[in-house]
Design a protein around this ligand. Structure first.
Ligand SMILES: NC(=O)c1ccc[n+]([C@@H]2O[C@H](COP(=O)([O-])OP(=O)(O)OC[C@H]3O[C@@H](n4cnc5c(N)ncnc54)[C@H](O)[C@@H]3O)[C@@H](O)[C@H]2O)c1
Length: 325
């Protein structure tokens, strides 16, 4: 397969899980990490062999230097928070669109053909009562969704104009260990429970998402990397789950059936109400097959947070923030 793989944004939630999945699946290869540490931290990769470059994908020269000797790229670095993108759309554009074009352009200069680009299903397609599939038109409700749609469009353009092998993977809502810095639903609720605070739900809790356990997702990224298939693929569980159902599972997993408190407030602007993925194409073309039930995945996530709560607290990575939904 590949000998030297660059992973941008590898210090984050998905990257720090992915590098461990790759270590368990591949024998002889080198990983180069390019990350500004704006949200992820280099310490999240402790114990896994890699070459670390601290740098920003908004800086073209940095990206080009990081590509030296590389034969494939997994591009994860991004400004990932939907609500933050509404507050600061130009920063989101700079990181997610200009940063992605920098990655593509540096690959072109170095003659690197293979890119796996992290994209999103929910934020690009927006509200959908039917399962979302790859050929649905983009209808983003936030600058984050728009930036990911633009990044996908540039990936398609570079793929066709310069004969590059580019795959964009549209992740659904990912949850799992190593997500303490995230503002996503499950991580936020677990942080609230461990801090003895109420779980805060925006809306009535009927909004649905497609939740995929991070290890299942990382397996899908590995399958995509080694596949010769190009184009766009949805990676999710294929099932809608409401926020209220998540609360019920958390009550059972944490043993707080009676004591877990939930506060409801208004829906927020830019928030998608219903979205889940049709994963038929990824199953057929990439052999993608999520294995982990929601209850098992949430239990594993809860165990990780509980075991690491002291360290996370002392690192100040543990604050309760509003979730991206
Ligand atoms: N987590 C999810 O539920 C989810 C869903 C859909 C798509 N995605 C996509 O997956 C990718 C990884 O997301 P994540 O959840 O691991 O997020 P994360 O915030 O944990 O990780 C992102 C990483 O990128 C780095 N980064 C951010 N801006 C950078 C910059 N300008 N230069 C260099 N590095 C920079 C951060 O330091 C961090 O380590 C992103 O592209 C995100 O849009 C995630």
């Amino acid at each position: 397969m590949f000998e030297r793989i660059l992973i941008t944004g590898c210090c984050g939630f998905i990257g720090s899980n992915l590098i461990r999945t790759l270590a368990s699946k591949m024998i002889s290869y080198e990983i180069v990490v390019l990350d500004s540490e704006v949200t992820g931290k280099a310490s999240s990769l402790d114990g896994v062999p890699h070459h670390f470059i601290r740098g920003d994908i908004r800086d073209y020269r940095t990206v080009e230097d990081a590509m030296s000797g590389v034969d494939a790229v997994i591009h994860l670095a991004a400004d990932t928070r939907v609500m933050d993108s509404i507050k600061n759309p130009t920063y989101n554009f700079d990181v997610n669109v200009i940063g992605t074009v920098n990655v593509l352009e540096a690959m072109r200069k170095h003659g690197i053909k293979r890119l796996v680009n992290a994209s999103t299903g929910g934020a690009i397609v927006g509200d959908a009562l039917q399962a979302v599939h790859e050929s649905m038109p983009a209808n983003p409700a936030s600058p984050y969704g728009a930036s990911k749609a633009a990044a996908e469009a540039y990936c398609s353009a570079y793929s066709k104009s310069y004969e590059m092998d580019i795959t964009s993977l549209r992740f659904s809502n990912v949850y799992g260990p190593r997500s303490a810095h995230k503002g996503s639903v499950i991580a936020t609720f677990i942080k609230s429970i461990l801090s003895d605070e109420q779980c805060h739900v925006y809306g009535d809790g009927s909004q649905t998402r497609d939740y995929i356990f991070v290890q299942d997702l990382c397996f899908g990224i590995f399958q995509a990397l080694k596949s010769e298939k190009k184009g766009t693929f949805q990676l999710g569980s294929g099932k809608p789950t409401s926020v209220n159902q998540i609360i019920q599972i958390l009550k059972g997993v944490t043993g707080r059936n009676e004591t877990l408190e939930v506060a409801y407030s208004d829906f927020r602007v830019g928030e998608v109400l219903h979205n889940f993925a049709d994963i038929t194409k990824a199953k057929r073309d990439l052999g993608f097959q999520p294995q982990t039930s929601l209850t098992t995945g949430i239990r594993e996530t809860w165990d990780y947070f509980q075991k690491n709560s002291k360290v996370l607290l002392s690192n100040k990575e543990y604050g309760v923030s509003s979730y991206a939904g």
